[in-house]
Design a protein around this ligand. Sequence first.
Ligand SMILES: [Zn+2]
Ligand SMILES: [Zn+2]
Length: 95
Amino acid sequence: MTAMPVTYFQAKCDMCGALYDGEDDGSAFDTANDALGVAESCGWLRERTTLLTCPDCLKCARCSESPAWVGGAGLTARHSQVLCEDCEPGPAKLT
Ligand SMILES: [Zn+2]
Ligand SMILES: [Zn+2]
C-alpha cells in the first residue's frame, strides 16, 4: 500500500476565514470551482469569480443586519439582493 496526500477544495470566506460547512459531507470538492459554486448556491456572495463572502459577513441590503444571504434566507434565485431572514426581496421600502 502506498500513501499519498489527498487534496480537496473547500469554500472559504475571504472576510473572516470561515469555511463553508455543508449539510452532510458535501463541503469538500474536487475542484475550487465546485466548492465556490456550492457555497454560492447556499447564499454566499461570490464576486470577481473567486472572492467569497459568507452570510455572517454579509449585511442585509434593507436593514443592515447579519447574517444575510444572496437572495435572502429563502435563497430566491430570481433576486440577487443580499437580505436577512426577516426582509423580503423587492424594491427598497419608501419610508
Ligand atoms: Zn465571513
Ligand atoms: Zn433585513
